[in-house]
Design a protein around this ligand. Sequence first.
Ligand SMILES: [Zn+2]
Length: 353
Amino acid sequence: MAQKRKISDEKRQFKDSWELRFLVKEQSGRVLCLICNEMISVMKEYNVQRHYSTLHVTGYDKYTGEARRALLNDLKSKLRVRQEKIFQLVKPSSSTTIASYDVSLLMAKSKKAFSDGDLIKRCAIAMGKAMGFNNAAREFEKIPLSHQTVARRVEELSNFVQEKVMNQIQQCVYFSLALDESTDIRDVSQLLVFVRSIDSQFNVSEEFLGLLPLFTTTKGSDIYEALNSLVSKYGGFQKCSYIVTDGAKSMTGAKRGVIAYLRDAGVDGPMFHCIIHQELLSGRCIRLSDVMQHVMKIINFIRGGNKALRHRLFVDFLRDLDTEFSDVSLHSTVRWLSAGKCLQQSSVCVMRF
Ligand SMILES: [Zn+2]
């Protein structure tokens, strides 16, 4: 196996001549394109040149000599102005609260522990100091991000969303529900409920209504009980016009399925199943087997069964080639939605070979 290249090799150092040739600038050990403000991930001449020649060569190659130098200086000064603007914090007290809510929302969306707020704050302070924005770093210190604060903020945001959904359902004329039950990695069954409502002005809104864990059995009656208690909080089934479910027997069963219990409870209107995952259904019909079969064969050769050594060697090989993806994902027919990702990874790897 060829010796691995090190990041610190001289090939990966920023060359001053690139500034004029490709209109880029070195920033915190990376290359920043001054035209589109994008960071070029690998500091190699090939990557910088590729970025410039694919995106900007038509618009900027006409500038040569003195004109190009002037353009470079102009772009640099524009960048400075932009960076100063970002860090001008106008109203410290209110903007720290807004920042605290914004960070809490991002943390909740990316499923981070509430205690990470403190780390994020320290990172922001370190970044501010490293880039020479000492005033901004001092302001970052004032942002309240303790785990209690983040927990409180997330709760407030969640209550706000819940109130919004509550208002929408109370003011709507009709609503429909989509139910899907699946099992999570801890083997707890989770019932997902989505609601779509329409008001008298024909405004349609679609919201996530709730995630109901079913800890014991997942019979039709269990799902019905959970669903009923959730919908009761929003005013019951009176305005419900339409229900779609997944295709499980506990949902669709004529006697003991959720649909049967709903009918017994007097819920009217059409009830369909299996139209939630339309991609999956159409995928089964289209049968993209020609390409997929070969890709699956290759992936199974690398990853399937007890092939840990082969898989390790393959990952090492990809590392040597410096490819975009460091591995291929295992694909199976059950996870049909992962097919796109599998194909993309494989095509990128094949192109590199
Ligand atoms: Zn660019």
